[in-house]
Design a protein around this ligand. Sequence first.
Ligand code: ASP
Length: 329
Amino acid sequence: MTNRKNFIKTTTLASAAILLSAFKSKADKIDPKKITGKPIVISTWDFGLQANEAAWQVLKDNGRALDSVEAGVKITEADPTNQSVGYGGRPDRDGRVTLDACIMDEFFNIGSVACLEHIMHPISVARLVMEKTPHVMLVGDGALQFALNNGFMKENLLTDESQREWKDWLTESQYNPVINIENHDTIGMLAMDASGNLSGACTTSGLAYKMHGRVGDSPIIGAGLYVDNEIGAATATGIGEEVIRIVGSHLVVELMRQGKSPQKACEEAVLRIVKLINLRKKDLKDYQVGFLALNIKGETGAYSIQKGFNYAKYNADGNKLFDAESFVK
Ligand code: ASP
């Protein structure tokens, strides 16, 4: 009986503590009205500047972060001069342009497509997967069929320029897939709208001259992109295999949950990748990965293995390009 009494006493006290902490964490939650840094949009690489412009058009009119990131990365997807995303992207080693993309909103809704061919805007197909299907990811022919059934047009995405480069590559490559830190780059975009809600999008043609069917980190929720509306969001660029290995973007968000700033969270994720590259006795100079993060206060962070990673930030101060700090100085 005494034991039972003690048990009831202890569990009652424990429940009270849980209730109190739930109350406390609610009280600690940031009031969106008090966030001064919003709206804001950030995106990877210098082509992010142009993409940010389109995203900002949505944000400045009190639009939703989700609409802004989709509108933003569509600019990069449609740009034939950008050879690492969408139309004009470098093909795989069989000469096929295969695209990866994903999108995530403030309600943990997610949608993704991988190894999608012939569609100019994989990000919009990913959004449709999210909004119109009970699934979260479609790949290859299934993704193409779904896109065509929903009114997307079948197009040739291989530009003359990318085709010529691929043919040159074939003469020397002996058809070996390569990991090259210079011939790829993804657009990852994170936005917080005027209501304080977060969303993200990530889209790429992936590693140039990859094996046909290779999927990188960019369409994988948690690897190439992650959004938690109470904490922050993160996205990645660089060699997808390394990002997947540590589930990079999710890791960055979890590190922010533990109290790290976006900058420190990106640094720690990069350090983890560096550690695993060393553990596997690979040469660090062959690897580039960059993380970009935004927290719910509107603070940002970016960090990469090698020098050269940059990102574009558009907020009330305008649209500007920043160089990220890197592990290798
Ligand atoms: N992360 C992309 C991939 O591995 C490529 C990149 O961002 O450079 O497919």
